[in-house]
Design a protein around this ligand. Structure first.
Ligand SMILES: [Zn+2]
Length: 187
């Protein structure tokens, strides 16, 4: 048994033991927490896992002198597209990470709609990208840092597709600090 598995095993064993021994002395919330921990350890392919992959793309953008925003598209638990901001390289204001990711994912799937896909992006999408993601009918959007100036939430709350599930704030600190670091070097 690996170290991680051993730990999980003992957490479960201990939690069960406590419940049977002291008859609900251990609060249900703790048991829930323990189960949550176990779930996270067994299933590493969670939002944080894929956001780290998007973050790696953002780092790549940083190294290329691009505003560090990265994205990945996940379908059925697999990454089918990776992209980062290329506005400087391509001299194209529309070359945001999300736009690249939508095109790459649709090419790979051979269809324009991304209903079964989740897009992970390190920064809250702008109005253009939220609109493009709506056209693609993306199933879910997970973003890292909020964008108070250009984010769709401030400028166009209805831009995303009404059926798209949206989660924000995953690895928020890391994603935000990377942006701040980038603009510090530009000053
Ligand atoms: Zn955008």
């Amino acid at each position: 048994m690996k170290l991680k598995e051993t730990f999980v095993f003992f957490v479960v064993k201990w939690a069960n033991h406590e419940v049977t021994q002291s008859r609900h002395k251990v609060s249900q919330s703790f048991i829930y927490f323990a189960e949550l921990e176990v779930e996270n350890m067994i299933e590493p392919f969670n939002d944080e896992y894929f956001m780290k992959k998007a973050f790696a793309e953002a780092l790549q953008a940083f190294e290329e002198g691009e505003i560090p925003v990265g994205a990945v598209v996940v379908s059925k638990g697999k990454i089918i597209a990776r992209a980062h901001n290329l506005t400087e390289t391509l001299n194209d204001v529309t070359a945001h990470a999300e736009m690249q990711a939508i095109t790459a994912a649709a090419n790979l799937l051979g269809g324009k709609y991304l209903n079964d896909c989740t897009l992970y992006v390190t920064l809250e999408p702008c109005v253009m990208c939220a609109g493009a993601l709506a056209w693609a009918q993306i199933g879910k959007i997970v973003y890292g840092a909020s964008d108070e100036k250009r984010g769709y939430q401030r400028l166009a709350t209805k831009a995303p597709h009404p059926k798209t599930e949206i989660v924000g704030g995953i690895l928020e600190t890391e994603c935000r600090e990377l942006m701040l670091e980038f603009f510090k070097t530009k000053r």
